[in-house]
Design a protein around this ligand. Structure first.
Ligand code: ACM
Length: 541
């Protein structure tokens, strides 16, 4: 019985493959850019129906060598993974799940050893090049085989995002599409420029639940982003359960900007987010902002205030007025408990303590507080991250500073700290595209798609050069962002460009070329049903 089924499968597979190959070559070259190299000018396909090329991938890969022909994906295509490797099997299943809705194929994930026969996808660490690092990969497509090889599983996962983008745009549709599903032939060798490629979501000013966060993570993964910074507390809301201080969520979690509904994550829900992110090779970076941006905590516990009086909830948008009582012992018991509980449910190595915009403390008071917070983060086994204001203190060797607006990131870099580049005037996704944009703020300027793309992390800030830059991150503050549709509109397409800035080499990165590739992604954003800003700077197809 088993033999018969196998024989049948083989014959069926060969027939489908033969028909597919005939189809490919009767239609001419599946890849109109065949013979081009990565240095050749990009000629994006003119319509969403045209076969995809190797030249429309975002972020732009390190090297691309197109070849004639293409691989036809069929219902008989197997996804071969090394037997006994759970992690790569899960990556294979992820690929099968992503391809299922539009193709209607239930592609089989087949644990096996060695390269499979013609008509299959091969995912392996065998022969992975260590020179491509933990996140690099090689994707080799011939009419016979798709071989995805990496040194580490994260590289395989990123390679799968590239493979998704090599298929025609309707591959992103949630329902069955006609196909054919041709992957252009060629070889892509790829690896990121920076290790930190992040996005931040402020769930404090407006709360977004687990389903929205997972959808956000899926989009991050598609563009090879790997750090998800969750801004979990602020004046207007406290969003993570701390079991030793339950009022933080009972009281502090109930509010949002403008009187909108509150909300919070239980520790179990947070763990679910962390696990989902991990499955997409994204590290969660939790932030509890302190000593300022703490009104939600100060409203939850009277004893955290120097005068012993609980603050009223804050649902406005002003900043800078709140601070923990930095001279009181209870404050240090509080931050110890919060950091201890948060560190215990955070497997990633980072914990962000904010430290920004404190207008009611003297410099010495501020410095002493942040110094203690840094020791506490370190005690619980994490690397502290702070916004650039923390650059003033004596930094521990592994502390990271996140540049947003001020002069202190360069000071921190001089002291040896690594810097995450989030210049507000380029990366703040809450800033309006133009005066007509609703929602959004504009204190850092209007940030059209070109402005958000046309900068380099190694030359943006005097005193911070390539070797001191850990990477890039785009924060989405949510004072004016009330719905997940608003989130999408402010994020897309700017986050896509940020992903490219973090991943792709600086040499040859040009807006005039990027805008054409971005245009080709319009049908993909449409197919994923995302609300995005159709900037007039981009010739959308
Ligand atoms: C910030 O925008 N206050 C970091």
């Amino acid at each position: 019985m088993g033999l018969n089924v196998q024989t049948f499968r083989k014959i069926r597979q060969s027939l489908i493959f033969l028909i597919g190959t005939l189809l490919l070559f009767s239609c001419g070259n599946a890849n109109p850019n065949a013979g081009a190299t990565s240095t050749a000018p990009v000629t994006p396909s003119a319509t969403p129906e045209a076969p995809p090329t190797m030249n429309n991938i975002i972020p732009k890969p390190h090297s691309v060598q197109p070849a004639p022909g293409g691989f036809l994906l069929t219902a008989a295509t197997g996804i071969h993974v090394p037997s006994g490797n759970e992690e790569i099997t899960a990556i294979g299943r992820y690929l099968a799940e992503k391809l299922q809705p539009a193709t209607g194929f239930n592609l089989e994930v087949i644990p096996a050893s060695g390269a499979p026969g013609a008509g299959n996808i091969y995912i392996t660490l065998e022969g992975g090049d260590p020179a491509l690092g933990e996140e690099g990969y090689t994707l080799a497509v011939t009419p016979d085989l798709i071989a995805l090889v990496a040194y580490m599983p994260a590289g395989l996962f990123h390679g799968i995002q590239t493979l998704r983008q090599l298929l025609p745009a309707p591959i992103e549709q949630p329902t069955v599409q006609p196909g054919p599903w041709v992957v252009p032939a060629g070889v892509i060798r790829d690896q990121p420029r920076f290790t930190w490629r992040g996005a931040m979501l402020d769930v404090a000013r407006h709360f977004f639940g687990v389903a929205d966060v997972k959808a956000f993570l899926d989009e991050m993964a598609y563009y090879k982003l790997n750090r998800f910074h969750l801004h979990l507390s602020d004046d207007q809301g406290w969003r993570i359960e701390i079991k030793s201080w339950p009022n933080l969520t009972a009281i502090g979690g109930a509010t949002s900007v403008g009187g909108d509904p509150g909300g919070f994550f239980t520790q179990e829900q947070y763990a679910e987010i962390v696990a989902y992110a991990e499955s997409r090779y994204v590290t969660v970076v939790p932030e509890i902002d302190m000593p300022g941006h703490t009104n939600a905590a100060l409203a939850s516990y009277a004893e955290l205030n120097c005068d012993g009086v609980a603050r009223p909830p804050h649902t406005g948008m002003e900043v800078g007025f709140s601070t923990l009582c930095v001279g009181a012992d209870i404050t240090y018991k509080f931050i110890d408990d919060v950091i201890r509980e948060l560190a215990a449910i955070t497997p990633g190595p980072y914990l962000h303590i904010g430290g920004d915009e404190v207008q009611t403390l003297g410099t010495d008071e501020y410095n002493a507080f942040v110094q203690k917070a840094q020791s506490t983060v370190h005690k619980y086994g994490k690397r502290m991250i702070g916004w650039d204001e923390v650059g003033r203190i004596d930094l521990l060797p592994l502390t990271i500073v996140q540049y947003w607006n001020g002069p202190l990131a360069a000071e921190a870099a001089r002291k040896g700290a690594k810097v995450i580049m989030s210049p507000a005037s380029r990366t703040y996704l809450d800033q309006k595209y133009t005066p007509a944009t609703e929602p959004g703020l504009y204190w850092a300027g209007y940030i059209e798609v070109q402005e958000s793309y046309s900068w380099d992390p190694a030359t943006q800030l005097e005193g911070v050069s390539e070797g001191q830059v850990l990477g890039v991150e785009a924060p989405l503050w949510t004072e004016t962002i009330r719905t997940f549709s608003d989130v999408q509109y402010m994020v897309f397409p700017r986050l896509i460009g940020l992903a490219e800035i973090g991943w792709s080499t600086a040499a040859g990165r040009e807006w005039s070329e990027y805008r054409l590739r971005l245009a080709e992604h319009g049908p993909r954003l449409d197919a994923r049903n995302l609300n995005y800003y159709r900037s007039p700077q981009v010739p959308w197809v």
